[in-house]
Structure formats: C-alpha cells, structure tokens
Design a protein around this ligand. Structure first.
Ligand SMILES: [Fe+2]
Ligand SMILES: [Fe+2]
Length: 305
C-alpha cells in the first residue's frame, strides 16, 4: 500500500517532507469501446476542453520521464531517488492511458494527430535536450527543465485536486470510465505532487528559477489549452465547425461545475510563487489515496498484481 506522511505546512525541510512517501505505479486498463464522442452528455465544448488533457499529456508526460531519467545521476538522496523512480513509473503509465483515448478519438473520426504533432514539437524541440558546450551548461539546462516540470506539476496537482472534488461532472452524467481515468490520474498527481518540487529544491534551492519557470509554464499551458480546444471543436466530425469556442460558453460550463474556476486557477499559480510554498499545502493525500482504494481501474490493477 502507498503511504504518505502528514507534513507540517511551511517549515518542513525537503528531506523530511519526502521521508516515507512510497509511490507505486498502478497498471490500470480502460475499455473505451463504448465511450461516446461527447462523454459529458450534451456538452461538446466541456468534453473537448477536458479532452485537451489527452492531447497534451502523452507527449508531456513522456518528456517528464525522459528529463527525470536524465536527472537521476544528479540525485544525492536515496529516498528522493526512490520517489523519482516511482514518479517516472506513474507518469509513464499516465502517458499510455491517455494515448489510448487518442486512438479511440481517431477511430471515431476525430483525428488528433495534427495537433499532437505540434505538442510533440513543443516538448521535444522547444523544451527538449540541446547539446551544451560544457558539462556545467548541460547540467544547468537539465535543472531548468526540472524546474519547468515542477511548475507544470503544480497545475497537474491543482487539476487532480479539482477532479477529485467535482460533483458537477457526476451530476452531468459524464461517462464513468472517463471519470475514473481522470480521477485515478488526478489522485496520483496529488499523491506525487511533491516529487518534482523536492527534486528542484534538491538541485537548486534558489527562488529565481522557480519564478522564471512558472512565468514560462503558466502562459504556455493556457496557450496550448486554448489552441487545443479550438482544434478539437474544428476537428469534431459531428459539429461540422458550427460550435465556436467562446469565453461566455466557458463561463456557463464553469458555473455548471464542469471546469475549474479560472480565478481559483490563477490564485493557485500565484501560491506557487510564495517563498514558503510546498506542494503538500495543496490538496489532500488521504483523499487521493482514498480514491485510489475505490477506483475501479486501480482496484482491478491491484487484483492483477
Ligand atoms: Fe501524470
Ligand atoms: Fe505528475
């Protein structure tokens, strides 16, 4: 069983924060054969706003795995190394789980590949490894990528916490298998929310890099998300280009509880910049583990061993 410590909010040093965190990858499987194209019934825009996750995460999380594998030789703390290995295992499964949804979309006549190629370009070329002239420069570039991942992981934990506390999706009768995918993933994001940040602090405890990379990652995520929604609405074969994204519609969907409140999202991003910030101040490990204990996919994975 995974277990976490309850961590004092502000003053805990990183070495104690991850004192007894054990991360286990759960080899979940989902059957998408009966997933409707609009899996939030009568809400194509809400469906596609959430579907952007499937467009971004496979490439993004494969990039996380690559960067963290490169960072392993820099880690001088055995417990942190174990957590990074657990993180790598979980993110690799996340990427494949979302990839299967992309394959299903393709089978339903919505071809996600043009947009996914753009996302791949961002992660592999813009944020990818570049041969540095010296080992010191290569190390510096690697730590910068770890910092970018720590900033993105702040948002994945925020979204994970939201999806675990989003009864609006149940009320709207969203597809139960998709909800389980999103909540299983969200719960693991909450479970491992400290790892990237602790790795960053281990490699560079400075404040400037944290601010700089969040200032880059936040707008980049918003940009990719808005582009992704536009792409999906245009590519949806049942909509025929009739549904255009609009902030008014997004506001209505948010009021219905199908999306996170944008004001809370911005406030969350700003909390990351507080000097005393630590990811354990956001979300609840016990709630996440409670969901993982009841998730149909995670339970089936535990039975399979
Ligand atoms: Fe993930
Ligand atoms: Fe994550």
């Amino acid at each position: 069983m995974p277990r976490t410590t309850t961590v004092p909010a502000l003053a805990a040093p990183a070495a104690r924060v991850h004192e007894s965190l054990v991360l286990e990858p759960r080899d979940v499987r989902f059957d998408w054969a009966r997933l409707p194209l609009h899996w939030v019934p009568d809400e194509p825009m809400a469906t596609h706003i959430l579907n952007v996750l499937h467009l971004l995460l496979p490439e993004g999380e494969r990039w996380f795995v690559k960067v963290f594998k490169e960072a392993l030789p820099l880690i001088r703390d055995e417990q942190l190394r174990e957590e990074v290995l657990g993180f790598i295992g979980q993110e690799a499964i996340h990427a494949e789980a979302h990839q299967e949804v992309l394959d299903h979309l393709l089978g339903q006549g919505l071809d996600p590949r043009p947009y996914v190629r753009q996302v791949a370009w961002v992660f592999q070329r813009v944020l990818g490894d570049r041969p540095g002239p010296t080992p010191a420069k290569r190390r510096e570039a690697l730590i910068e990528r770890v910092a970018a991942i720590a900033a993105i992981e702040h948002y994945t934990a925020f979204l994970g916490n939201w999806i675990l506390n989003s009864p609006g999706l149940d009320r709207a009768k969203a597809d139960p298998a998709m909800l389980d995918l999103l909540r299983w993933h969200g719960a693991e994001e909450v479970e491992h929310r400290s790892v990237a940040f602790d790795l960053l602090v281990h490699l560079d405890p400075g404040y400037v890099r944290r601010v700089r990379t969040m200032a880059m990652a936040g707008p980049l995520l918003v940009h990719l998300w808005v582009r992704g929604v536009r792409f999906l609405l245009a590519a949806d074969p049942t909509l025929d280009g009739r549904l255009r994204p609009s902030w008014r519609e997004a506001y209505r969907i948010t009021r219905r509880g199908l999306l996170p409140d944008p004001v809370k999202s911005i406030r969350s991003g700003l909390r990351y910049l507080r000097p005393g910030y630590h990811p354990t101040q956001e979300g609840s490990s016990s709630q996440a583990l409670g969901y993982l204990a009841s998730s149909p996919a995670a339970r089936a994975a535990a039975v399979r061993g």
